[in-house]
Ligand binder design. Sequence first.
Ligand code: ATP
Ligand code: MG
Length: 440
Amino acid sequence: MWLISLIIITLTAALVLFGTRSAGKLASARKTETHMDILRQSERELILRAQLYGINEAMSYVQTLDPLIQEQFYIYNNNNDEIMSTFKAKKPFWIVQNRKTISNHNNEFYDRWGNYFRLEIEDVLNMPIWFSLSYSGYALRTFISLFISAIAAYFLAYQMCNSILAIAATVREVKNGNMFAKISGTFMENKDEVGQLAHSINHMIESIRDMRSNEQQLLSDVAHDLRSPLARQKLALNFISKKEVQFNPLKLNEFIERAEIENERLNDLISEVLIYLRAENSNTSISLSPISLNQILSEVIEDAAFEAHPQNKVIHCNLQEDIIILGIYPKLIRAFENVVRNAVFHTPMNTTITINIDNSDSHIVRIDIIDQGDGVPENKVHLLTRPFFRSDSSRGTVNGGYGLGLPICQAIINEHLGSLAIANIDPHGLKVSISLNKKK
Ligand SMILES: Nc1ncnc2c1ncn2[C@@H]1O[C@H](COP(=O)(O)OP(=O)(O)OP(=O)(O)O)[C@@H](O)[C@H]1O
Ligand SMILES: [Mg+2]
């Protein structure tokens, strides 16, 4: 669109400039002393030739003159008819009329045969610039070019207004709560700025819709996960309030313990949700400081080995030279801890969890945590970082987790401007790869 507007404006400007400049040049050429001299000399010559050889010879002489001079000569007979108009006849009528009105120079003469003639010479010295323009038809050209650009500008503006109105209507719909509103129209096919803006707004509406549905999903998942421990706690408290339980210390203790466990679970769940929300909404411009990757991994492996050892699960890591990365120590501990503990939980007894460090890139270090478990159904791998997702569809607490470990890990890695990739491996097992920026 901007290209078309530019072409129209340039063409119009060029035409107007050309017209004005040419007309201006013409007018100033006519105002020079030399031109006036030639004019006077030609006038004398014309009358002389008429007197010596007759009016026809005089007119033939005029036609040998410079067109600029010819244009200024008007010869009338005794009936006041203009008799020399071969050159001027080509001009549009209003220009001829204009010329006559400004003639101020009178010259009457008789030719060789005594016929009366009157010679009028146009005076251009006092010609205003607007008249100079109309003088040679440049005003017409300028007017036509302005007219064309006005029509083109009208159509451009009309098209643009229509597209903008369509965009505004959709934005209004979104504001009124219709998140399925979408901008449509033929203008969307254009690659111009308005088309691009409409596509961007459509993408933005889609993103907001996704964000809203994610939030709703999170809310319903939190509610769902809160409901079960709350129900169990209520049940336990109900039992505690019963007389037969109160008189049975063993039962009473059992229900009190149950109520405490459920209470703790509620507390844990709420803390995990808060940690996730904080990590998700954290500002990525946090100041990351240099930390030792070896130190983080050693700490995480030591803690995880404590859990793995009784089941004869081994954690093997190719820690060598120390790599300094940019990060926040406690947050990275939390991220790695969850992935390594997941691996320990899912790998079968008597197997090994391998932690591989790829330090071949000069800017990024990649840490792969690989277990020998069953992995995750291929169509669910992309859901692992979604809050409250657990690949066992029962949503039961098989491992006692909330399904918030990997989403928190993803949020922390995002915060560190790194990346998290999860994939099943052959013949079985899950590989979680975490990439982080090294200190330069
Ligand atoms: N190494 C793995 N092998 C197989 N499945 C896994 C593995 N790691 C994670 N998963 C699946 O992904 C789900 C989500 O993992 P995530 O760490 O987010 O939550 P969680 O471990 O269930 O609970 P928590 O919030 O305590 O971490 C797990 O419930 C499990 O089904
Ligand atoms: Mg976990």
